[in-house]
Ligand binder design. Structure first.
Ligand code: ADP
Length: 206
């Protein structure tokens, strides 16, 4: 576990479904009926209750599917977490179809919902960077932007929510840390950024 911003933002590598957070974020697809990647892992680990709740959400609120960038919650079924937040990231299509704005919304709406649900810790997968093909550096930059905005504008009170970014591969965690390092000096003034990460920049220059 790497602490990037004191008490607020952490990265780690592993299986999100095995992490002890109050809230797990699912990189779902619009159908909410399960899929490959982290979506499949969450439904497998949480059992059929999550799918039943997703079906109910489809029926009552989103008959045409959950639009990309939005977020809804279910319980976590048989996993120890309190909730799963299902969000839909953009499919990467070259970058001219508002993919960045949609990815930002997926993070921001999940964070806002997580806070509303009273979560003290929330774990994210790297949304859209698997099957949906979003470039990893741009995804990291977009996730950072949403997280910085959330922390500074929407979660600066007493009941702070710790944000954990869970990568499946060490290399992906390193890409994120490199991007974070490049951004954070100017963007998170006032927050206690872990100085260790400023040293990483040169190690990953390519
Ligand atoms: P998307 O369709 O939004 O791209 P994917 O699930 O295909 O979603 O991939 C998103 C990211 O989640 C990828 O970086 C992938 O390596 C990672 N991933 C897949 N399974 C897990 C898991 N069990 N825990 C954490 N991350 C995972």
């Amino acid at each position: 576990m790497n602490e990037l911003i004191e008490n607020r933002l952490y990265t780690t590598t592993g299986d999100l479904t095995e992490m002890p957070f109050d809230i797990l974020v699912n990189a779902a697809n619009s159908s909410l009926l399960g899929g490959m990647g982290v979506d499949g892992a969450i439904h497998k680990a949480g059992g059929p209750q999550i799918l039943a709740e997703c079906r109910a959400i489809r029926k009552s609120k989103f008959p045409a599917g959950l639009p990309a960038g939005e977020a809804v919650e279910t319980t976590a079924g048989s996993m120890p977490a309190d909730y799963v937040i299902h969000t839909v990231g953009p499919v990467w299509n070259g970058g001219n179809e508002k993919e960045k704005a949609i990815l930002y919304s997926a993070y921001m709406n999940s964070l806002l919902l997580g806070k509303n649900l009273g979560g003290k810790s929330i774990g994210f997968p790297s949304i859209s960077t698997g099957a949906y093909g979003f470039p990893k550096k741009l995804a990291a930059e977009t996730a950072c932007r949403a997280i910085f905005d959330f922390i500074t504008k929407h979660d600066s009170g007493n009941a702070l929510m710790k944000i954990f970014l869970v990568f499946f591969h060490t290399k992906d965690e390193q890409i994120f840390q490199q991007v974070f390092t490049g951004m954070s000096m100017s963007d998170v003034s006032g927050l206690r950024v872990n100085s260790e990460f400023f040293r990483l920049e040169s190690e990953f220059s390519d």
